[in-house]
Design a protein around this ligand. Sequence first.
Ligand code: IPD
Ligand code: CA
Ligand code: CA
Ligand code: CA
Length: 257
Amino acid sequence: MEKIMILSEIQEVVRECGQLMLRADHAHAGVENKGKYNDLVTRYDKAIQDILQKRLLDIAPDAHFLGEEENVHESIAKGRAFVVDPIDGTTNFVKDYKCSVISVAMTMDGEVTLGVIYNPYLDEMYTAQKGKGASCNGIPIHVSDHVLHEGIVLYGSASYYRELIDESFRLLRLCADEAMDIRRSGSAAWDLCTIAAGRAEMFFELRLQPWDFAAGSLLVTEAGGTVTCVDGSPIAIGKPCSILAKGTQVDDAFMRK
Ligand code: IPD
Ligand code: CA
Ligand code: CA
Ligand code: CA
């Protein structure tokens, strides 16, 4: 019961933040870089994180908070925590490319128990509760049961880590041989929603942060899919890692040859 209430309160605040994204004044977004020329942040990323931090901690005052922006990086190893990406797909947002989402996970002792991802451009609200399945706008979702030969691979370019470009392209080349086609959305959390909804068969990216994948990893597993690191080892929610998410019939052994 408590979790259902928390889930609906998270959806309410995330939906409000989505309205901020839709109404954004892109000419005055206050774009800055965070050290690397392509690692951008805007005043909207910061404002949405501030709103989420305040409202989520009103809902659960005992919780720790791990958000991408403004160095709010508390440990999530013990007790309850929120893991938040205020805008996943900031480069898309800066370009007004209209493919960015808000991602909120709730964890208990380092395990994700609730996940909410909202795409305001499509008005799609994805939710998952550990052990209770995943849904989009209240309708249950399931991963694809197609093999990769009849499938699409979603590729994340890990573009803040230039040292990974060669290996990313090597793997992408392998995927091009196995799948029908390849896509790059610019939002890892959205890619995980796309896998959870069965709209594509496999997603990989060589380095992601906890806020990129915490909520989305629960969506995929609750929709019947699998999420591991690219080498097949288990993911750890509190640390950066590579991510490979897939539907039920994808054989990803070719990624490790
Ligand atoms: C990024 C997006 C992008 C992925 C990057 C992420 P941000 O998050 O998810 O798709 O390729 O690795 O860091 O910076 O837009 O929140
Ligand atoms: Ca970012
Ligand atoms: Ca992100
Ligand atoms: Ca972000």
